[in-house]
Design a protein around this ligand. Structure first.
Ligand code: ATR
Length: 270
């Protein structure tokens, strides 16, 4: 029987993870199968357990289950423990190892694929849910001059600021607080794009050097990326590269082999 992996989420139909991991497996000559699981919103734990009992070796976890996955893990990598969110589970005997490869994927996409070093940059992170929480430490480890966390509910951004305050220069607030301040990098980690919505942003956040990055991906530019382009951002990028990079990190955790990401990104773009 082939080793079995899957992505689990709700919704899941749009996921490209099966295509990505199948491409990685072919490229690295690993014998495995990779599927997609739609878990009911109140049925994450049961869905994971049943996959595990059928011999499943690991899962990628996506919206909205990353905090539940964190709670389910019996052991955590350091980066998952600090993020308090899990996007990768690995099943070994009785153990459920939880990792978080999102931040590493985001940083690799911005620095290696888009060629923009984060060091000394002013970074605005939009959102304060699991997706935002998972990328804060990896961003700070690249030494931006400032990390501003903005959220519709500012108390949640403030809680994240407190949690990570010892790791770098962080400020927080609602979106309007940052009106008039220019940022080099603006990352949308809200779930708004998933619902084709746009957070209520000030129009003067973007400078002629700004990269606007949406952690979501879709065929058309997301509403956030359209807004950024209209209001003066220099460059826009969706989360396709991040998706492939975080998948490569998960693949490495499961199989001990690091796939090449560039050909897979190119395949998905075509
Ligand atoms: P995830 O794990 O994907 O981050 P989450 O924990 O539900 O999901 O968090 C969703 C994030 O997107 C939150 O920061 C949420 O803002 P609130 O904390 O104020 O709820 C943000 N979000 C979702 N829809 C939004 C919208 N239309 N405008 C602004 N922010 C939005």
């Amino acid at each position: 029987m082939l080793d079995s992996y899957a992505v689990i989420g709700n919704p899941i139909a749009h996921s490209k993870s099966p295509q990505i991991h199948t491409a990685f497996a072919q490229q690295t000559h690993q014998a495995l199968q990779y599927g997609a699981i739609l878990a009911p919103l109140d049925g994450f734990r049961n869905a994971v357990e049943s996959f595990r009992q059928q011999g499943g070796k690991g899962l990628n976890v996506t919206v909205p289950f990353k905090l539940e996955a964190y709670q389910l893990a019996t052991r955590l990598t350091e980066r998952a423990s600090i993020a308090q969110a899990v996007n990768t589970l690995k099943f070994e005997n009785d153990e459920i190892l939880g990792d978080n490869t999102d931040g590493a994927g985001l940083v690799r996409d911005i620095e290696c694929n888009l060629g923009i070093p984060i060091a000394d940059k002013r970074v605005l992170l939009m959102g304060a849910g699991g997706a935002a929480q998972g990328v804060i430490l990896p961003l700070l480890q690249r030494h931006p001059s400032l990390l501003a966390i903005a959220n519709r509910t500012p108390q949640k951004a403030q809680a994240l600021q407190q949690q990570f305050i010892t790791y770098g220069n962080i400020v927080s607030g609602d979106f309007m607080r940052f009106s008039g301040e220019n940022f080099d990098l603006i990352i949308n980690a809200t779930s708004a794009s998933l619902h084709d919505a746009l957070p209520e942003l000030p129009i003067d956040l973007f400078a002629h050097t700004t990269l606007a990055y949406d952690m979501m991906y879709s065929h058309e530019p997301t509403r956030f990326l359209q807004f950024a382009q209209k209001n003066g951002a220099h460059q826009i990028a969706d989360g396709l590269g991040m998706l492939v990079e975080q998948a490569a990190e998960s693949f490495f955790l499961w199989r001990g082999v690091r796939p090449q990401t560039k050909p897979v990104i190119a395949m998905l773009k075509s």
